[in-house]
Design a protein around this ligand. Structure first.
Ligand code: TZP
Ligand code: MG
Length: 207
């Protein structure tokens, strides 16, 4: 399910209808979706909840895992399949306690020592490593880690690693040989001229 992991919030859209873009990306073969509405988003909590309900329903109908970023209350309210937490977000142990018991847990890591800590938390199901390459989609992104560190993280990790940050058709093929089980991406889809071709590129890279 981590092969082609589409991440998106209202702040990432460039004029598209969110529901239509999600349907289009799922049609193209996206294997998981993360609702990450933050940063430059101007939605109220109520608007975020209503949008989330629509997106959740699309994922339910198409059997695509629906994961909420950095908001365990929203994840619970939307009956999400998972919740994803960053190092700067709420403490992972607190999120694990608050999340509905069956929920999948994802954690972002940037260093080997963060991976080693994550190895000791049995509830964590996967790690997001990134940004691997330079990204324009995250205001507070740390410096890109590059492929060698990602490979080392993958070798150190108990759970699968999904790569995120600056993934394009030119570099997506470098991820699997460096230990990632999949790619997570925003602009590769939101700024794509051909969503179907972009997603197929990812699926081919991880086939
Ligand atoms: N976490 C690390 S990089 C990133 C996030 C959420 C943004 C990824 O966006 P893009 O457009 O795929 O580089
Ligand atoms: Mg986060």
């Amino acid at each position: 399910m981590l092969k082609a992991y589409f991440v998106c919030g209202s702040q990432d859209l460039v004029g598209q209808d969110f529901e239509k873009l999600l349907e289009q990306s799922i049609e193209a073969g996206v294997t998981a979706f993360q609702f990450r509405d933050k940063g430059a988003s101007i939605l109220t909590n109520q608007q975020r909840l209503e949008l989330g309900q629509n997106l959740r329903a699309i994922c339910k109908a198409t059997n695509v895992p629906f994961i909420v970023d950095d908001d365990v209350k929203l994840a619970n309210a939307l009956k999400a399949d998972g919740v994803h937490v960053g190092q700067k977000d709420e403490l992972i142990t607190k999120v694990i306690k608050e999340a509905d018991p069956d929920m999948m847990i994802g954690l972002s890591c940037q260093t080997i020592s963060q991976v080693q800590k994550a190895n000791k938390i049995k509830e964590i199901d996967y790690i997001g490593a990134g940004p691997i390459f330079p990204t324009a989609s995250k205001d507070d992104a740390v410096a890109p880690m590059g492929l060698p560190l990602m490979k080392e993280m993958a070798e150190s990790s108990r759970v699968p690693i999904v790569a995120i940050g600056g993934i394009t058709e030119d570099n997506v093929y470098k991820l699997k040989p460096n230990g990632a089980v999949g790619a997570a991406f925003i602009s590769f889809v939101t700024r794509s001229q051909d969503v179907s071709a972009s997603v197929k590129n990812v699926l081919t890279a991880f086939a």
